[in-house]
Ligand binder design. Structure first.
Ligand SMILES: [Zn+2]
Length: 179
């Protein structure tokens, strides 16, 4: 084998190693968001959880409390953005990654843009109301001066099964307990 082939091989395996590490990191933070989504579930709120991460550390956590607080602004992402801004003393959440179990709505996608968050990682999509690619993609519009890198499908099955269970319980009038 020529030296150059060997170099190419090393390079490839290090890229694959980096990709695997990134995937693992994203799944780890999404697991935290799922834990928060379960808190919403137990309160009878749509199970959506969110964490904002900066420099590999969780800056803020929140879960959907719209029903509990009887407030439209009680979405997980809005509250996580609020907490993160208070924590760092800046409305700009540059160099942050927002993890959310369900594709953001138009209000939260708007807040993500306004906060200049550069990267969003999504668990499962929301075909009927999502604004990060389903109904519209507010996070990636040429006309806006800020655009967001979006990663989808991280822990998708667990995020979507939480939603399915929740709405099944709601329809059947069962309580909101987790198996
Ligand atoms: Zn929202």
């Amino acid at each position: 084998m020529k030296d150059t082939d060997q170099e190419v091989k090393y390079e490839k395996s290090s890229i694959q190693g980096t990709a695997a590490a990134l995937q693992e990191e994203m799944e780890g933070f999404m697991d935290q968001a799922v834990r928060l989504a379960k808190k919403a579930y137990l309160n009878g709120d749509t199970p959506i959880g969110c964490v904002i991460v900066k420099d590999g550390q969780i800056l803020s956590k929140a879960y959907n409390q719209r029903n509990k607080k009887k407030n439209t602004l009680g979405h997980a992402e809005i509250m996580a953005i609020d907490k993160a801004s208070k924590r760092i003393g800046d409305w700009r959440l540059e160099n942050c990654t927002l993890y959310v179990t369900l594709e953001p709505c138009q209000m939260c996608a708007g807040a993500i843009l306004q906060a200049r968050i550069p990267r969003v990682v999504i668990g499962c999509m929301n075909p009927k109301a999502g604004c990060a690619g389903s109904v519209i993609n507010l996070l990636d519009m040429k006309a806006f001066n800020h655009r967001v890198d979006v990663v989808t499908g991280i822990r998708e099955e667990i995020c979507s099964s939480l939603m399915r269970d929740f709405f099944k319980n709601l329809r059947e009038g069962k309580g909101f307990s987790l198996k």
